[in-house]
Ligand binder design. Sequence first.
Ligand SMILES: Nc1ncnc2c1ncn2[C@@H]1O[C@H](COP(=O)(O)OP(=O)(O)O)[C@@H](O)[C@H]1O
Ligand SMILES: [Mg+2]
Length: 232
Amino acid sequence: MDGLEVRDVDLHYGAAQILRGVDLLVEPGQITCLLGRNGVGKTSLLRAITGHHPVSRGDIVLEGRSLAGLKPHQRARRGVALVPQGREIFPLLTVRENLETGLAVLPSGSRVPNEVFALFPVLQTMLDRRGGDLSGGQQQQLAIGRALVTRPRLLVLDEPTEGIQPSIIQEIERVIGLLRDRGDMAILLVEQYFEFAQALADRFAVMERGQIVLAGTRAEMDEATVRARLTV
Ligand SMILES: Nc1ncnc2c1ncn2[C@@H]1O[C@H](COP(=O)(O)OP(=O)(O)O)[C@@H](O)[C@H]1O
Ligand SMILES: [Mg+2]
């Protein structure tokens, strides 16, 4: 199949088992939202997908080919891009330099595609500002822009609305929707906030203690049932 398939994945940190038999699908032109409370293993699953932590069982397959054994930069070349939780902007580098760090996995001479600035015009106006001088929302836009410079086949976003003001959340929602509607990118969105997930999800999955306990299509995303798994 096209897109991303997570098949029966276990993950451990030392002796602690964090993920248990996780299955997940993300199709091109679709957004899969992964929901769940703090500490259930959402970021750990993303680390398994991007190659930052090994799986102890199962497989992760992109466009029909296993990613097993590939390092993060090799997965990036295969089309995997991550917008990390907390954004991880380099505060002392300029916006331009932050974007250019995304080019490191591409052939030398590669440039930041114009579409990044078409999606986030604010970045164009701030190219020479330091990352650390941007607002939280601008940093989040920069983090998404940086992930897009490789023209990924799979975009993975880890809680992009965390600590962001509502007007920028709407802007980010609009851009993620636009990327989906282009039809060639598979998008995996980790969220804690039901409204944002609901606005964007084609499919959803809810995780609890390292397991997917609820999953389905947008039509099956019943608010009361999902919310019951999210509130403490
Ligand atoms: N590097 C690590 N070493 C050991 N335990 C970790 C590490 N990273 C996360 N954990 C633990 O794994 C569990 C899942 O964490 P995480 O994947 O970050 O959850 P989420 O993203 O859903 O909040 C938590 O109990 C967390 O404390
Ligand atoms: Mg997390």
